[in-house]
Structure formats: structure tokens, C-alpha cells
Design a protein around this ligand. Structure first.
Ligand SMILES: [Zn+2]
Length: 508
């Protein structure tokens, strides 16, 4: 009988400053054997693909349970989570426990469920009810994860992405599988050492090919490479757009034992990360809307220009209906911009049957009653039906193109823009994306064009880079950059085999 690893997951990044809960219909469910076909469809987007591939190559059988994911949005509705937990328990009941060697679950690490304090811990707790120690339990996380100490206590391994933008999703699954094999090769329980740093870090300032993060990631790789006792290590940057007591940055090391030398090593690295906290915030240039529009008008500087409306970025969970950028462009008389997209279901409904006409429409705040609104005159150029955006109209507003959608669309790549007969490489246009840092497909496109560039633009919204615009109630304080001075302390948490072995602050 092949040795068996149980797999499953729940993947959602939840922005608690987006007042709309994630749409129930946006969750994709893969239960039991359907998880395998889901993996074939979504292979490159899932850690579980790497887990499955690596383990199957080594002759392991997989017991699929339940994987659920949805695009980044507001909090997860309670009903979705209850259904998840019921279905997961049903699936776990049919697994033949006697044949299970280990469990690997893919979680995001920054999931918030309405009415639940720590939903991810509840998932892990349920797994533990079925597969108690010594069955190894490994979880994978996004790099923007902020797990609770209680979750850490319940697992034997935490493995997170090493890249932002995320290019190592499948590799992270492979690392989790290899860690599982190491854990299975010894009867001794693993240890997890984490140092939690009182710092929030928007992902845009933690890009792994920018300093200081680039150097930190190389130190993490050396830690794993150079020390025999270190089985895996991750720099969890956390997720600042959730008001959570766990939201912060941490360093997580999975080891075969905890020695003073290893604790010293990890503490030194954690101290060095916190010491350069200001440098993260200087690691990516951020333009004001005024500066961005000046660049858009001066076509001599870049061969192709992309501007990222970072405060209203759906891939960080924001609403995507704000028009601050468009309103400023209209005020300044800027032309040649392409807004990709603005979610405006009312405008789409009003205009979709008026292709070729000039219409008056009010744009802004069509999903959430907040932010700017402007009345504009628009020419309706086209009506499309799109699997992501729903009904979509292409509007010409004072010499700018606006892709107005019915539904939120994550800006994952330039192919989506091509659907609307717009060339995403057209040098005569300037693209304003609802995006934070560019996703790899956009980045690859720009890197292949000499002189092309992209900039983050500081805009308002539920993913604003200016964290002082949010009111946090649950967050630990003091917390950089909301607080500029301490007293600062690192929190050290060491767990092994279901126990918290050490926990306490280290005053800086
Ligand atoms: Zn992420």
C-alpha cells in the first residue's frame, strides 16, 4: 500500500477595509477527487500542484479532501466558512486514517471570516482532531501571511512563498512536500521558531527584487542552505489591510531542534530586518496623482508607461470602483489614458445598448457609497460580454478610454486588455491599472520593451499605501509605521509537537 498524504486548502486574502464581503459565487470548490481535475486546470496557480507532483514522483498516494479559493476581496462570509468546515469534516471522515502518513494544507495566511477570530486556526484545529501528533501537518502560506501563535503551535511546518510578485507558487508546494519527507524520515518532532516584528508592510514595499527585501531573502536562503538544523525558512511580510491582532511581519524557521546558536542566528536576522523598517517604505517610488499625470503628458521619458492606482487595487482586496485618478485627469485635461478597469455596473447598464451614442453618466462609488463621483460625457464605443468583468462597455471620456465593468477584475495580465481591442503595448497610450505592484505577466511584457516603465501611484481606497488612512481597532500597538517610536519589542515564539515552548518579548 502506497504511503498517503492528505491534501486540501482554503485560500483567501481578505481586506477588512473593503466593506463588501467576498461574493459567495466567487468561491471555487474542489471536493474529493474533483481536487485532481482542479489541479490540472489551475496547476500553475496552486501550491498543491507542486505538492502533488513532488509526492507522486516519490511514490506517495494523495488523499484529496477539499480545496476552496476565491479572488482577493472583503471578508469571507460566515456561511461560506461554515459550509467549508462541514464539507471538510465529511471528507476527512472518509479518509482511511490508518494509512495516512501526513497532511499538507494550502492556506493563505491572511484570511478573515466574518464573526470568526481566527478561522485558519479553526481549519488546522479540525485537521488535528482527525490527525493528531505524531502525524506531521505542514501548511503553505502566501508571503503576505500573518498567522497566529496558536496556529503555529498546531502545525509541524510552515512554508511560504519566497517571491513577491509571486513566481514560486508551485515551488513552494514542492518545498512543503520535501519538508514533509524530512519530517517523515525522523521520529523526532520538528520545531518552529518565529520572531514577530511590530511592523506592517504593504506588499508593494516588500518586492523581493528590490532592496532591502532582496538581501533579506538571500539571507533566508543561506540560513536554509548553510545550517543543517534548518529545514525551511520564510519571511512573512504580513498583510496590512486587515484589522487583526495577528497582522504583522514575522520570520519563521522550521528546524530539527532549537539551540541557542540557532535562536541567536534568527534573532539577529529579525533585528536586522526591523532595523531597516524605513528602507522598505523607500524601496519603490510612489508618485502622487499630479506627478503621475505630469509623466503621462511628457511622452519623451518612457517608451511605454503603466501607472498603478494602488489604493483601489482588487488584488489586494480593494473595491475597484474609485475614480480619483480619472477625475484628476479630466480636471487637468490629460488625454490618451486607458483606465483598466473601473467597476461601474450602473453606468454599464445605462450605456450598454447605446453603442455609438454620446451619453451623460455619473461615475465613481458604484459598489460602495464612498469616494468621489463625477458626471461625465462619454461616447460609448463598444459593448462586450466578458467572463471576468460581466457586461463591459468601452467609453471614450474626453480623449481617454475607460473599460467600465460590471464585476471586479484582478489585473493579472495584459491579455485581459486585448479582449477590448486595445493593444496593451500601444506606446501612444498610458495605462492606468487598478493594481499594486504589477503581476508577472505585465512585468514580463514591460521588461521586454526597452524604455518601458511602471510606477505606483498613491491613491485612496481599501488598499491605500498610506496606512494612516485606516482605523485599526484590533491591531497590536505600537506598530510601525502607524507609530514612529516604541517601546519596540520582538516577540519570540518557539513551538514543537503541539506545545508552545517559549514565548515572550525581546525588548529592543
Ligand atoms: Zn501575496
Amino acid at each position: 500500500m502506497a504511503r498517503t498524504i492528505v491534501i486540501g486548502g482554503f485560500w483567501h486574502e481578505s481586506d477588512t477595509f473593503n466593506p463588501i464581503e467576498a461574493e459567495s459565487s466567487s468561491f471555487e470548490w474542489a471536493e474529493g477527487d474533483a481536487l485532481f481535475s482542479w489541479l490540472r486546470r489551475h496547476g500553475k496557480e496552486s501550491e498543491l500542484f507542486g505538492v502533488a507532483d513532488e509526492l507522486e514522483k516519490r511514490g506517495y498516494a494523495l488523499a484529496p479532501t477539499l480545496a476552496v479559493s476565491a479572488p482577493v476581496a472583503g471578508s469571507v462570509p460566515k456561511g461560506i466558512f461554515q459550509k467549508y468546515m462541514q464539507t471538510l469534516k465529511r471528507q476527512l471522515q472518509v479518509v482511511e486514517r490508518g494509512q495516512v502518513d501526513g497532511v499538507i494544507f494550502s492556506l493563505h495566511g491572511s484570511t478573515t471570516v466574518t464573526g470568526h477570530q481566527d478561522a485558519q486556526r479553526e481549519i488546522v484545529n479540525t485537521l488535528r482532531e482527525f490527525f493528531d501528533s505524531p502525524t506531521p501537518l505542514v501548511v503553505t502560506f502566501d508571503l503576505h501571511a500573518s498567522p497566529s501563535p496558536e496556529l503555529q503551535r498546531l502545525v509541524d511546518g510552515i512554508v511560504a512563498y519566497h517571491t513577491a510578485p509571486h513566481r514560486d507558487v508551485v515551488d513552494t508546494g514542492r518545498r512543503a512536500a520535501r519538508l514533509m519527507l524530512e519530517l517523515l524520515s525522523t521520529p523526532k518532532p520538528s520545531h518552529i521558531i518565529s520572531f514577530r516584528m511590530p511592523m506592517l508592510l504593504p506588499g508593494e514595499f516588500g518586492q523581493t527584487d528590490h532592496e532591502p527585501t532582496k538581501h533579506i531573502m538571500s539571507q533566508i536562503q543561506s540560513l536554509v542552505h548553510d545550517r543543517k538544523d534548518v529545514l525551511d525558512a520564510s519571511f512573512l511580510q504580513g498583510y496590512p489591510w486587515a484589522d487583526s491582532p495577528h497582522a504583522m511581519t514575522s520570520l519563521v524557521v522550521v528546524s530539527s531542534e532549537t539551540t541557542a546558536s540557532l535562536l541567536d542566528h534568527v534573532e539577529t536576522l529579525a533585528r536586522s530586518i526591523f532595523a531597516v523598517r524605513e528602507r522598505f517604505y523607500q524601496s519603490a517610488p510612489v508618485l502622487s496623482i499630479t506627478e503621475a499625470l505630469a509623466r503621462a503628458r511628457d511622452k519623451s521619458r518612457e517608451s511605454l508607461l503603466y501607472l498603478c492606482d494602488s489604493g483601489d487595487n482588487p488584488t489586494a482586496g480593494a473595491v475597484e470602483d474609485r475614480i480619483d485618478f480619472l477625475a484628476e485627469a479630466l480636471k487637468k485635461g490629460t488625454t490618451g489614458l486607458v483606465f483598466a478597469p473601473i467597476v461601474a455596473p450602473k453606468t454599464v447598464a445605462e450605456t450598454m445598448f447605446q453603442v455609438g451614442s454620446e451619453v451623460m453618466t455619473e461615475l465613481g462609488g458604484q459598489l460602495v457609497d464612498q469616494g468621489l463621483r463625477v458626471n461625465v460625457q462619454a461616447k460609448v464605443l463598444h459593448h462586450f460580454h466578458d467572463d471576468l468583468g460581466g457586461d463591459v462597455v468601452l467609453l471614450d471620456i474626453s480623449g481617454n478610454l475607460v473599460i467600465a465593468t460590471t464585476k471586479r477584475v484582478p489585473m493579472h495580465g495584459p491579455d485581459w486588455i486585448r479582449r477590448f481591442k486595445i493593444d496593451p503595448e500601444d506606446p501612444s497610450r498610458v495605462f492606468v491599472l487598478k493594481s499594486g505592484y504589477l503581476f508577472p505577466a505585465f512585468e514580463d511584457m514591460l521588461q521586454a520593451i526597452p524604455g518601458a516603465a511602471s510606477y505606483l501611484v498613491a491613491t485612496k481606497g481599501a488598499s491605500s499605501l498610506d496606512l494612516n488612512t485606516f482605523t485599526y481597532h484590533l491591531l497590536a500597538r505600537p506598530m510601525y509605521p502607524l507609530d514612529q517610536s516604541g517601546p519596540w519589542s520582538l516577540e519570540r515564539i518557539v513551538t514543537s509537537d503541539g506545545h508552545i515552548q517559549q514565548m515572550g518579548p525581546i525588548i529592543l
